[in-house]
Design a protein around this ligand. Sequence first.
Ligand SMILES: C[S@@+](CC[C@H](N)C(=O)[O-])C[C@H]1O[C@@H](n2cnc3c(N)ncnc32)[C@H](O)[C@@H]1O
Length: 211
Amino acid sequence: MGRINEISALIDNCESFADVGCDHGYIALSVLQSGKCKSVTVTDISAKCLAKAEKLLADYICDGRCRAVCCDGLKGVSSDTEQVLVAGMGGEEIIKILSEGFIPKKFILQPMKNADKVRKFLLSRSCKIVYDGIFKDGKYYFVIKGERDGGGEIYSDVQLAFGRDSIGGSILKEFADNEIKKCKTYFAACADAVRCAELSTQIKLLAEVLK
Ligand SMILES: C[S@@+](CC[C@H](N)C(=O)[O-])C[C@H]1O[C@@H](n2cnc3c(N)ncnc32)[C@H](O)[C@@H]1O
């Protein structure tokens, strides 16, 4: 299953859905075609990127089932939107979008990096993490599905680093094996004490996954 299908599979049936940073609009097309989501808002900060989605989704925009908005983050999205996707951006950008906007009732987040920071942020905001896994589509991708309310779970350091539901699975083990090799190479060439300490901590965390 490719990245787009992996993400689409996590989207629940709903009345209203928003894809923030939609770029091409493939995910919106998939949920509209399947009938999973009745009303869809697609947004992008770049008018050029949004234009690709507007072209792809033209029929749905015409019949009023899809709305395209050029805006930063959630600024053009109604706060009562049932389910929101933010995929393919860095974790810090995702946190900024949620902090400056709102935490949606249901969300799916696919950070390209700093997934640990996204988990920490969600737990600190008492969000419920429904699924916290990893998948592989050439590269490895962490994906987090959650809800605004009902949190309170306490994660271990390994869960924070790699996702609660990834642990024990073959994909995370493969990821950890590769990352350990990379970290050991960097460590061998590292001249900075702080960076060396960071790498050493990371290697220990990764080794936990392989136990
Ligand atoms: C790598 S693409 C990912 C596209 C799609 N979400 C996916 O996962 O395939 C990232 C997109 O996010 C948009 N973007 C970045 N920061 C944004 C922000 N603060 N608000 C809205 N869109 C943003 C970019 O313009 C770009 O189109």
